[in-house]
Design a protein. Sequence first.
Length: 280
Amino acid sequence: MEKIAIVTDSLSDIPEDLVKTYRIFIVPLTINIDGVSYKDGVNITKEEFYGLLKEGKMPTTTQASPVEFMEVFKDLLKSYDYIIAIILSSKLSGTYQSAVIAKDMVDPKRIEVIDSRHYSLGNGMLVLQAAKMAVAGASKEEILQRVYELIPKIRYIMAFDSLDYLYRGGRLAKSQAFIGNILNIKPILMNDDGELKIVDKVRGQKKVIRWIIDYMKNTGVDFTEREVGLIHTDKEEFLNEIEAALRSELGITKFLRSRAGCGIGTHAGPDAAGVFFEEK
């Protein structure tokens, strides 16, 4: 049986207990705050990071470098037969390209690098599926087939209080960012082939929850036996309200809950929440 290592980046936001349980290897991005650089999830905690946001700090991120991936790949190939690296969307970061460069320099025949076209738990759900299959003894061909099947099926709905952080990080135009800062309007974003797009604007959190429920109902999917991902940056109370509504109106009982790490928090800000699911 092949020994397969599953690698991802820190923006996958997989809960730490599951990272350990399914032996997932994380390559961290760098968080820069006031001239000091931190490794996402390594030498700065989520509590420390969101505390700095509340103080008005405006962090930036730096993609993981080819050298960082090379070090991880070389070390893993000493004890694993094959590596599958599932990386956040290439449209949102150069981290994917760094992993590709590292693969070509280390051992392209024993490493597969996948552009997930997702971020946060959208990527994390793919990684978890791959890791569970690897632990269960699936072949690399079986794992790759399943991941590529899932990529176009993963959907997520993100709600923000402000889009300032996405704008400052270069993820949205200034005209788009302005929308979220007036009249308690909450922009709703969804993934579109690797990018985040504003799909609607509603006023107030209750209407955000209504929008999420209605969208999920309209997919025609029976969610009662599916796991749904939930994430927040520093807005757990709102996430609890979303979960309660999903349980009540869609009968969902299985949730993958996570608090976004520093990388996602840098671009989403402290007041964002999201729902992630397989649509088809």
